[in-house]
Design a protein around this ligand. Structure first.
Ligand code: UGA
Length: 438
């Protein structure tokens, strides 16, 4: 295999995963970040992001000498044939992706890029960014490629090394071919396209997933009203290969750093060119509705009745991150639900294995007391609400939970717990989309 010299700018979860994985494929990779303290930690093999397999891969890369960390993008691109831009693209005030960080990197590295090198955007960037970068570079000897990532937080190493497909888009065939070569060691089809199509695939995929999930969450609501069982419905639905069985689990709504941001960004792009996209808008609106729906359910099942059923009522929350396997709280539906419950006067105690109550990693969360011991969430509570599907929640000592609860009620927003175990412990388990609401 041809070994390349690669620079990766930005060591967030996309950049660090890409850098470590590309080094594991045999390439020589220099990763850059503006944060000197972070670079120093990474150079010592210390990874702060919770990603399965990533610390091991980073250390293996360092040991082999194929992975290095430096401060500053200009330093990293010297001698690099391919430069991956993996900096953040947060949502701007108008819903569009904010390209400030991408623009700044392009500006910084422009004079330092080697002739014949290729600049690759891996951050999620709006359609047209390749053209914008080409114009900003203003160097005919540099290729510009869009190579979107489809990594899921928590499984990003596996997703990088075993993808369903690799998408490489460019309006310069030579540049696309140069980037495609990097993936020779990956067993997946490399799909080469023009730049705009590659840029759009990323949004098309995430928005489709958001639509799928909102569809399921509304189906779950419908199931509760008509006496159907969402798990049976989706099990049969997923057997249709045109639909597929993944991404059919009901929950408290979709969150994280990608789906909410990308749905807003696609709507904004569509709007800017006069295209109406009501399906994606409906998925976003449906998602916003989940927390109100769940809060009403918690009020009904755990509240004290009257006009303010949750006022002064203690509720325990199991899970705060937007999904299991990550410590990411960004746009977490658990936090949105907590905010709604707190607004209605509930007193909240929460436990999440990835969210420490004290110490350096602790973050203050408005209206929520975070505890390190899951059993403390039950103490004197009128009910527990499971928000995140951490596997070990299933194996908690449920009789002990039941003994600590003031009222033996568990609202499971993800149908994650074992109903029989909870019932044997004397708990009333209320799943999602399962039975007519009492
Ligand atoms: C998502 C996409 O899945 C990745 O392909 C994409 O690369 C990534 O965004 C990105 O744009 O970088 P991620 O945000 O890590 O990945 O999270 P997912 O695993 O997709 O979950 C998104 C949300 O949907 C979570 O809140 C999760 O709990 C929820 N979900 C997922 C469900 O409620 N039910 C399901 O069946 C699946």
């Amino acid at each position: 295999m041809h070994r390349h010299n690669i620079a990766v700018i930005g060591t967030g979860y996309v950049g660090l995963t890409a850098g470590a994985c590309l080094a594991s494929l045999g390439h020589r990779v220099v990763c850059a970040d503006v944060d000197a303290a972070k670079v120093a930690e990474l150079a010592r093999g210390r990874v702060r992001i919770l990603e399965e397999g990533l610390p091991e891969l980073v250390r293996a890369g360092l040991d082999s000498g194929r992975l290095r960390f430096v401060v500053g993008a200009a330093e990293a691109v010297r001698g690099a044939r391919t430069v991956f831009v993996c900096v953040g693209t947060p949502t701007g005030p108008d819903g569009r992706a904010d390209l400030t960080a991408v623009d700044a990197v392009v500006e910084e590295i422009r004079p330092h890029l080697e002739p014949g090198s290729v600049l690759v955007t891996k951050s999620t960037v709006p359609v047209g960014t390749a053209a914008r970068v080409t114009a900003a570079l203003d160097r005919a000897d540099i290729g510009v490629v869009s190579n979107p990532e489809f990594l899921r937080e928590g499984t990003s190493v596996r997703d990088f090394l075993n993808p369903d497909r690799v998408v490489v888009g460019s309006d310069q065939a030579w540049a696309a071919a140069q980037v495609a070569e990097l993936y020779a060691g990956v067993d997946a089809p490399v799909m080469i396209s023009d730049a705009a199509s590659a840029e759009l695939v990323k949004y098309a995929a995430n928005c489709f997933l958001a639509v799928k999930l909102s569809y399921v969450n509304t189906l779950a609501e419908l199931c509760e009203q008509v006496g159907a069982d969402i798990d049976r419905v989706t099990a049969a639905l997923g057997r249709d290969h045109r639909i597929g069985s993944a991404f059919l689990r009901p929950g408290p709504g979709w969150g994280g750093s990608c789906l909410p941001k990308d749905t807003r960004a696609l709507l904004s792009t569509a709007d800017s060119v006069g295209v109406d996209f009501p399906l994606v808008r409906a998925a976003v609106d449906t998602n916003a509705h989940q927390q109100a729906r769940l809060a009403a359910k918690v009020a009904r099942l755990c509240g004290t009745g009257g006009p303010a059923p949750l006022r002064g009522v203690r509720i325990g929350l199991l899970g705060l991150t937007f999904k299991a396997g990550t410590d990411d709280l960004r746009d977490s539906p658990a936090l949105a639900l907590a905010a709604e419950l707190a607004r209605q006067g509930a007193e909240l105690t929460a436990h999440d294995p990835a969210v420490p109550a004290t110490g350096p990693g602790a973050v203050p969360l408005d209206g929520i007391t975070v505890v390190d011991d899951p059993y403390r969430t039950a103490e004197g509570a009128h009910g527990l609400v499971l928000c995140t599907e951490w596997p070990h929640f299933r194996d908690l000592d449920w009789p002990r939970m039941a003994a600590a609860l003031h009222r033996p009620v568990v609202v499971d927003t993800r149908n994650h717990l074992d109903a029989a175990t909870l019932s044997a412990a004397g708990l009333a388990w209320h799943g999602t989309g399962l039975s007519p609401v009492e």
